[in-house]
Ligand binder design. Structure first.
Ligand code: CP
Length: 306
């Protein structure tokens, strides 16, 4: 039995197979309509979500399976003091696979250690968000054709943004990737990440102004300032609108630069940018469904011919 805690749980070759399967699903949805008949997915979300939870549910329903779960810790027995370990033992009696989001870093890992069904980390605190990373990689691979030789700018809350941490870990396994980190001083990418990049001789720069590096980017990965991880509201209010991508700034970008965002967006991308053909963040959401369908099949060990 296999779980997914980090994007590194899959080798690059296994990821290629997963993305091939996701692209086949994209092009042949009806072929997969009954491959999970009789299977159940449990979504155990102790933190709010729109995309991750509903795309998992949409994925399982599109595969012919069904879905149970909770979307709020307050409506589960966690509110009565039940541990994650006990909850997953119980969920293992009800479902074939579980996607779990939790505010505590490592909670899905604790669940996996006690589970008799595959557990997927659907986001744990400020730590990792592996299925968002699978979504991001599939989007880049599908829109660019490969996962090598590009400069990606990661902009916004690089301190608390778990999607950023997961994506950096995943991208360093591909050749020719250059990172530019764009953030205010207070929201810089953690030292353990820059130390890792130095150790692996992977090129990166840290800048504060988006405008100065915009013309060099192949991808711009915007992120929201993570209000829920701030210790005080004052700091959040001061930093929340530090970056706002608008039409004016987009004039500085390459004609084929693509904008990604894990969403939800608050103010960091002006809605006027949505009609720009380089805005790929809603396509990214759709790729999230295909890759989660492929992931469910892979973790359940359901083989299909591509
Ligand atoms: N990208 C993402 O994790 O979105 P949700 O919080 O809506 O699931």
């Amino acid at each position: 039995m296999r779980h997914l805690m980090s994007p590194l749980d899959f080798t690059v070759e296994e990821l290629d197979n997963l993305f091939d399967l996701a692209n086949d699903i994209e092009n042949n949805m009806s072929k997969y309509a009954h491959v999970c008949d009789g299977k159940k997915l449990a979504t155990c979300f102790y933190e709010p979500s729109t995309r991750t939870r509903l795309s998992f549910e949409s994925a399982m329903l599109s595969l012919g399976g069904s879905v149970i779960g909770f979307s709020d810790a307050g409506s589960s027995s966690a509110s009565k003091g039940e541990s994650v370990s006990d909850t997953i033992r119980v969920i293992s009696c009800f479902a074939d696979i579980c996607a779990m989001r939790h505010p505590k870093e490592g909670a899905p890992m604790v669940a996996a250690s006690k589970s008799s069904i595959p557990v997927i980390n659907a986001g744990d605190g400020g730590h990792q968000h592996p299925t968002q990373t699978l979504t991001d990689l599939l989007t880049i691979r599908s829109l660019k054709g490969n996962l090598r030789d590009f400069t990606i700018g990661l902009c916004g809350d690089l301190k608390f943004g778990r999607t950023v941490h997961s994506l950096i870990h995943a991208l360093i396994r591909y050749p020719g990737i250059r990172f530019i980190f764009i953030s205010p001083e207070e929201l810089k990418v953690p030292d353990y990440i820059t130390d890792m990049l130095k150790e692996k001789h992977i090129p990166y720069e840290e800048v504060i102004r988006l405008e100065e590096i915009m013309p060099r980017l192949d991808f711009l990965y915007m992120t929201r300032v993570q209000r829920e991880r701030f210790f005080n509201e004052e700091d959040y209010v001061r930093l929340k609108d530090f970056y706002i991508l608008n039409k004016e700034k987009m004039k500085l970008a390459k004609q084929d630069m693509l904008i990604l965002h894990p969403l939800p967006r608050v103010n960091e991308i002006s809605v006027e940018v949505d009609d720009d053909p380089r805005a790929a963040y809603f396509k990214q959401v759709q790729y999230g469904v295909y890759v989660r369908m492929a992931l469910i099949l892979t973790l359940l060990g359901i083989k299909t011919k591509i």
